[in-house]
Design a protein around this ligand. Sequence first.
Ligand SMILES: [Fe+2]
Length: 340
Amino acid sequence: MEKTEFNNFLENGYIKKENIFDDNSIDSVFNQVNKSRKLDHSLFFSKKEYFFRKDLDIYLKNKIPWVYGNYVNLKKKYFPTPKQPEAFRRSNNLANNLDLDFIEKNKSFVDMCHTILGDNYTTILKKIVISASEHWMPDFVIDELKNDQIKGLKDFVRPKYRDVTYFNGIAFHQDYIDHHGTDFRYITGYIYLNDVDITMSPLYLILKSHKFLATKFPHNLKYDKLNEEFSYYNDQFDKCLEKLKYLTLTGKKGSAYFWTPYTLHGTPQQFGNIPRISLRYLIKSNSKDPKLPINMIYDEFKNKGFSSKINQTYKNEASNFNNFSLTNITQNKIKESSKA
Ligand SMILES: [Fe+2]
């Protein structure tokens, strides 16, 4: 791995790889995903079906809470699988049926894993992620999600299509949110399977944002529109990282990005008709060697007093003072580019 990539990972919290994977193999994976389902209304429960389930849940919870407990346990017993592919849980996962050796045995990919994570690393999750367009989401789904910062579609999708993850925008978050309370040291990888432009819900990533380590979601960010920079306050409000630049990860198919569990990233809603189809990896180090970059990040910042003081990951909406949304930022960029 090149020294500049190594330093970029430590300093900015990410690595970018371009042109390392064979285009034909990327196309082949893309086509298999694309052929596996129609990306339209047919993915979703009907409004009637969805609300029957939801209303039943609410009714039982409120009216007969003593039955609700048993009902939840029965559901867990008979439907133990998650609604989307998740680490350490058994479920239908399309990615497990794809031949991804051209990625996982790719020299540059393996070299990067060795350098960042050490020789002993484990892929704890690989899954396909599809950005959903409001053009093919039913109105009731759009309506149900309108106030959510993480617009995941897993509750609305029919069980047979839950072998991939669908999103329609996610506010800035850390992937640590999925493993809080654990001491996993890992990287997330995203590999684009089609060309991604600004209308296709590209990932956004805030440089240097990993330096606070874990902070609570929603994160305290202020956006300076004029200079296109963020100020990032930690939970105790006594520290602030200022003038943080961000990247909009538009790019060609095969572009790959890797980041730390603490790097802030998110996606706007999708505006165009073409979905972004990507492959997402979580790769965990099995070594505590302090010289490994993944451990250096954690330990070095911890020594500087940036320790993660997380008792709970979700805090209430009122303490979040974000003055932007990724969807707004993206809409403005699209407007600007159409003027030019
Ligand atoms: Fe994420």
